[in-house]
Design a binder for this molecule. Sequence first.
Ligand SMILES: [Zn+2]
Ligand SMILES: [Zn+2]
Length: 454
Amino acid sequence: MKNQRQANFLTIDEKELFQLAARLKAMPEPGFFEFETKKALQDFLASTGDDKDTAVTAESLPKQAGAATNGVRIIEGLARTAVLAELGAPDAPALILLADIDALPTPGAPGGIAHSCGHYAQAAVMASVFKALARSKVFRLSGMRLLFVGAPAEEYVELQRRMELKKAGELHFLSGKQELIRLGIFDKPCLVLKYHSMEDSAARELTVNGSLGGFMAKRAEFFGKPAHAGAHPEDGINALSAASLALQAIHAQRDSFRDEDHVKIHPILSEGGAVVNIIPAKAVIETYVRAWNQTAIADAAQKVDRSFRAGALALGAALRIFNTPGYQPFFPNPALGEILRKAALQFEAPDRIDFADRSNASDDIGDVACLVPTCQLGCSGFTGAIHSKDFEPSDPLRAYLRPAEILLRTAQLLLDNEGETARRIIKEFKPRFFKTEYLATVESMFSIQDFRIE
Ligand SMILES: [Zn+2]
Ligand SMILES: [Zn+2]
């Protein structure tokens, strides 16, 4: 790897990258509340150029005009905590370096929250790549725009709190990238690079152009009737029993799913009674309904609804189901992935790279990829199970420096010859949705259904 590094025309400032990673890791914050993280990243990015043009608001961004500048523009006021830094002519096609910035509520972690999905590493890596490119001739000669986007709230959790923010007019959609799509960040011609951390494995070091499943989210509230659990249980309606029957009914659906659709349903019972001597008057199930395609998601969602209703019907409980859109399945752009592949092969042996990864996890990068060419690098260098408090970098060179160097090399290949390859990929890309269709689709997935047993 060292020889490759020396041979490279562009370099990552290793010390600065490690410091930023350590700083961000130490301040895990939940989605749409990443205020300290935002400030740390803005400080880091603002030192990229000579002058900065701050406080460009969400309203002014799409109309933002002006000549090319060598100074970085820090764009404020989007999706509560989004971090955007831009270089180059505002109307030029853009190379977008996209990173998640949120942490995850994690049992057993100090304060109950940790970077157990490694998003801090993404942010540090992409910000370092941004700086390295900003210093480079290849970027200046490309005539392209460079945009760092730190997206809030990738983890689709704490939905009730986000629904409150939505009600208060702070948000419209419930994830960071969905909000940034709505606000126009991906409206102009662009292509997107992203990276995600992975656990160490004997099978592979990297994934290139891996794809992901999609999902939607459900919350079912069962309403019974309280009663003294010892003296008069016959006067109550047990909401917990309704919910537990519903869980059994969901499990009973599993052999009706096709293997190739990779349906995953993983409910939790997040409320099941107040105190032990009162018949539970309310119980709540939350679940995702995941699959590799929207048809399978819709089919499974209908079966889950039927299961909720079966539980409520058996006990005579009332039922309210809240549906929220999750994320689109992620299909990376093959042409962009080919460039990422070329870059990755300069740093790892082919038999250590998985070029056909297909995960059942999801990410709102799937939504972005419906609209603009997008690809993702997966990079090991972490120990412990992802989404657990034990997910920690095992080796900073592999966890941080290696993805930064691969992505920098990818950017260089895209931007060489006045951005010839980047411009070609943008031109040839066929979106799966136009933005208006996309927005209408996501909007239509918010719904509430009530069932009452007469
Ligand atoms: Zn995650
Ligand atoms: Zn993640």
